[in-house]
Each structure stands twice: as structure tokens, then as C-alpha cells.
Design a protein around this ligand. Sequence first.
Ligand SMILES: [Zn+2]
Length: 229
Amino acid sequence: MIMSDQEMKIDQVLRSHRKSISLELKRDGRLIVRAPYLATRGQIELLVKSKERWIRSKRAILNQQMLASPPRKFRPGEQFLYLGQPFPLEIVTEQKKLLVLEDKFYLAARCQENPRPVFKDWYRKQAGLVIRETASLLASQHGFKYERIWITAAKTRWGSCGPKGTLNFTWRLVMAPEQVVTYVVTHELVHLRIRNHSSLFWQEVEKILPDYRAERTWLKDNGYLLSLE
Ligand SMILES: [Zn+2]
């Protein structure tokens, strides 16, 4: 089978001891196929062909997202999110701290060469404060007990709940509106009691946050904005 269509071009085939073929469309548009060692090129292309509609619609969404959020250049005036609110960047020469948020994000000029890790550290620290505070408040209000909270660098896994009562949250979450942070924290706290996503689980979430669906939808639609890429 010949794939002449550029949109359906396979960029990489990763083979492993897996049983089925799966597709992944990267944010930069590359189409990655994961396949068992024994899968033939024909089988792979047939599967890609059968997923054509999915690939096209996913590509359209990615293109829209790229337009809405072009790659970051860390230039003055560029907007950065904190708790759902955009703040413009300003570069300043006289500043002891590397990055300060007031009415704007003030970045020390000496960090201009490599600003991304500076932002990342700032978000990570802030995420630790905001998420720990949110979790401890919700836990005391609703009688949850957790062991500890880790801040991760996960890209789309906003939160998770470990088997021993450890809660993990990505630092990216602190870019989202406060209600969204509250939702993700609530979600993981409820997992301490109910480990799955059964209707019982969602009922428990709803008892604490009657409007949780709006927050969940916000994350689905806008999660790609919670990034420094
Ligand atoms: Zn969950």
C-alpha cells in the first residue's frame, strides 16, 4: 500500500514486545507507531489507514492549538499564566531574584539566555505552596488523610494518587485557574478512598465540588496551555 498523503505519513515505527499496534500524534505533528516485532509494514499501514479520520481530526486540533499558543520565546510582553491569569513578561537589569511576579513577571536580565529553567523552578516552588495549601484545606474540611505531596514534571498527567497515600501533582497545574487546581486536588483526594473512576467515585467528587464537570472540561480543552514549550 502506498501512502502518498503527507498527513498520513508515518514518521517512526517503534517495535517492542507488545501485542497490538498503537498510534501517537506528537505535538510537533509527527506520527509515531508502536508495533509488535512481528507486525508487517502492510499491517501497520492498514491500521494507520483505518485510523485516518482520527489522525485528521487530531491534526486539526493540534494545528489550532499551535495557532492559539505559539512556541514560547520569552520575549518582553509575552504572556505567562499563573492561576489562570496571564501576566506579561518584563526583563529588568536591577533585580536580585531571578524571577518575580507582581503585576508582571519580572525576569532578571542575566537569565535571558536560558529563561525556561528559571520559570520552571518558579512554577514548581509556587505549585508546591498552592497545591499543599489547597490539599490541606480540603483534607481538613472533608476528613481526608494523605501521606505527602510530590510535585512532578508530568506533561499531561495533572495528578495521581500513589498506593501509600502519596499524592502527586505536576507543577504545570499552577498555571490553571484556582478552581481547576481545586478540582484536580479533590479528584486525587477522593482516590484515597475510591481507587477507580466508578460512578461512586464521581458522586463523591460531586459532593465536594458540585461544578466539577466545568473544571474537568476546562482541563480537557485548555490543558495544552499549561506549558512552557
Ligand atoms: Zn482519577
